[in-house]
Design a protein around this ligand. Structure first.
Ligand code: GLA
Length: 440
C-alpha cells in the first residue's frame, strides 16, 4: 500500500525532519547493526483514507476521487491527510529496468487527478527466489528488489508505504522489514513505514519483537483484516484489549499499533457501532484510516468521523494508548486513556444486546484522585462537573458507547455564589481543570 499526503501546496516540504534524517543516517552508518527509522514522522497517529476494506481490487474507486473529497469536505483540516491505495493497482509486469509500474489502464486518470503518480506504489512482500506477489497476486518485492522499490516510491513522492507479508516466511521477514526501513531512509524522502510483520507472526512476543518494530516502523498491523461487520470490529477490540499489556507499551509517538481501518460510512455498522469504533480507536491511539465512499457517506457517519473531540483524543501528543480498566459482569467495559495536561478520556462500552443499560459508578471507583473534574461528553456535547466521590449514571446503548473527555482535577474547591440565600452559580478557584481549548 502506498499513499500520498495532501498538503496545502503541491510541493512536498523538505522539512527539518529530512535534515535530522541525514544526521541520523550518518550516525547509523557508523553503528553497523542499527536500522533506526526515526524519520520524524507520525508523532501522532496518521489519519486519512484507505481504499482496501471498501474497494478491494475494484480500482474504479479512483473515480470516487477520495483526495478531492478530503480537500473539499473538511476532512483535511481535521487531519485526514493521507490517501492510501492498497493492492491491485500495478501492472502485472515490472518495466524494462525492473521497476514497478502502474497498470496502464489506470495511469491516465492517475496522472490527471492524483498527486504525482500516487496510483503507483506497492503493498507487498514476496518470497525470495520465487515469483513475487502481493497478497492480491500482483508483483511484490523480493529481498533483492528492496532498494530499487524504495527508490521508486521516493521518486513517485509516496508519503507512506505498507510492506505486507503474504508469500514470505519468518526468515525473509526478519531480513526484509529492517532492510526496507533502511532503504526508505536512504532515499532521503520521509516516508511513513507500515509493517505488517507482527500480523504474520501472531502479533505477540516472543515471535514479535515490539522494541525492534518501534525502531524500524512507524506503524504496524498486529492482527487480521477488518471486514464490514460488527463481529469483525468486536473481534479486533477483544484481541487488542486482551493483549493490552504487550501492546500499550509498544506504541508511542512515531510508532503505532494499527487495528486496521475505520468502516463507519459503509454497510455493516449501526450508528451506535460506528461511534463505538471511533471512540475505541481514539482510546487506542490507533491510526484513523477511513475506508468508505466519501461521496455518498451519510451525515451520521460523517459527523462521527469528523467529531473534533474524538479526533483530538486520538491525536493527543503524549501518545499513550488507553487501556481497559474494568470489565463488568453487566457487559459494560470501561476504557481509560491518559492525555496531555493531566486530562484523560473514558469510554463506557456496552456489550449488551437488550436495551440501554444504566451504569452507575463514581470517578474514584475508576481510579481518579480526589478532586473536582469537568466532563465533556464527546458525542452529546454536554458538559458537567463531577467530584471524584459523586455517584453518576451513564446510559449506554447496546453495542454503543458513552465517551468522556475528563479534565485535570481542580486543586481547590469549587466556589459557589449565593444571592439572597440562593445559589447563583459556581466557579473553580483556578484554571487547573479547564477543558483545554484544543478540545473545544
Ligand atoms: C492483506 C492485508 C490487507 C490488504 C490486502 C491486499 O490481506 O492485510 O490490509 O493490504 O492484503 O491484498
Amino acid at each position: 500500500m502506498s499513499s500520498i499526503k495532501l498538503t496545502s501546496d503541491s510541493t512536498y516540504p523538505f522539512s527539518s525532519a529530512v535534515m535530522h534524517l541525514v544526521e541520523l543516517l550518518f550516525v547509523s552508518s557508523l553503528s553497523v547493526a542499527t536500522f533506526a527509522l526515526d524519520n520524524g514522522l507520525m508523532r501522532v497517529p496518521p489519519m486519512g483514507w484507505l481504499a482496501w476494506e471498501r474497494y478491494r481490487c475494484d480500482i474504479d474507486y479512483v473515480f470516487t476521487r477520495p483526495h478531492t473529497r478530503l480537500s473539499e469536505d473538511g476532512w483535511r483540516e481535521l487531519g485526514y491527510v493521507y490517501v492510501n491505495i492498497d493492492d491491485c493497482w500495478s501492472s502485472m509486469k515490472r518495466d524494462d529496468n525492473g521497476r514497478l509500474q502502474a497498470d496502464p489502464k489506470d495511469s491516465q486518470e492517475a496522472s490527471i487527478n492524483w498527486h504525482a503518480t500516487c496510483m503507483t506504489g506497492v503493498s507487498s512482500w514476496a518470497s525470495t527466489g520465487t515469483w513475487a506477489h502481493t497478497c492480491g497476486g500482483y508483483p511484490g518485492t523480493t529481498l533483492d528488489k528492496i532498494e530499487l522499490d524504495a527508490q521508486t516510491f521516493a521518486d513517485w513522492e509516496v508519503d507512506m508505504f505498507k510492506f505486507d507479508g503474504c508469500y514470505s516466511n519468518a526468515t525473509e521477514q526478519e531480513q526484509g522489514y529492517p532492510l526496507m526501513s533502511k532503504a526508505l531512509n536512504a532515499t532521503g524522502r520521509p516516508i511513513g513505514y507500515s509493517c505488517s510483520w507482527p500480523a504474520y507472526q501472531g502479533g505477540l512476543p516472543p515471535k514479535v519483537n515490539y522494541t525492534q518494530l518501534g525502531e524500524i516502523c512507524n506503524l504496524w498491523r498486529n492482527y487480521g483484516d477488518i471486514q464490514d461487520s460488527w463481529d469483525s470490529v468486536l473481534k479486533i477490540i477483544n484481541w487488542f484489549f486482551e493483549n493490552q499489556d504487550v501492546l500499550v507499551s509498544a506504541a508511542g509517538p512515531g510508532k503505532w499499533n494499527d487495528p486496521d481501518m475505520l468502516i463507519a460510512g459503509d454497510f455493516g455498522l449501526s450508528m451506535e457501532q460506528s461511534r463505538s469504533q471511533m471512540a475505541i480507536w481514539a482510546i487506542m491511539a490507533a491510526p484513523l484510516f477511513m475506508s468508505n465512499d466519501l461521496r455518498t457517506i451519510n451525515s451520521g457517519a460523517r459527523s462521527i468521523l469528523q467529531n473534533k473531540i474524538a479526533i483530538s483524543i486520538n491525536q493527543d501528543p503524549r501518545g499513550i494508548p488507553g487501556r481497559s480498566i474494568l470489565k463488568e459482569k453487566s457487559g459494560i467495559d470501561v476504557y481509560w486513556r491518559p492525555l496531555s495536561k493531566n486530562a484523560s478520556a473514558l469510554v463506557f462500552f456496552s456489550r449488551r444486546n437488550d436495551m440501554p443499560y444504566r451504569y452507575q459508578t463514581t470517578l474514584s471507583k475508576l481510579n481518579y484522585t480526589t478532586g473536582s473534574y469537568q466532563i465533556y461528553d464527546v458525542f452529546t456535547e454536554k458538559t458537567m462537573t463531577l467530584k471524584d466521590s459523586t455517584s453518576f449514571v451513564v446510559s449506554v446503548n447496546p453495542t454503543g458507547v458513552v465517551m468522556w473527555y475528563v479534565s485535570a482535577p481542580a486543586k481547590r474547591n469549587i466556589r459557589q455564589f449565593y444571592r439572597g440565600g440562593r445559589l447563583q452559580g459556581s466557579l473553580f478557584d483556578d484554571d487547573e481543570n479547564r477543558i483545554s481549548p484544543v478540545f473545544l
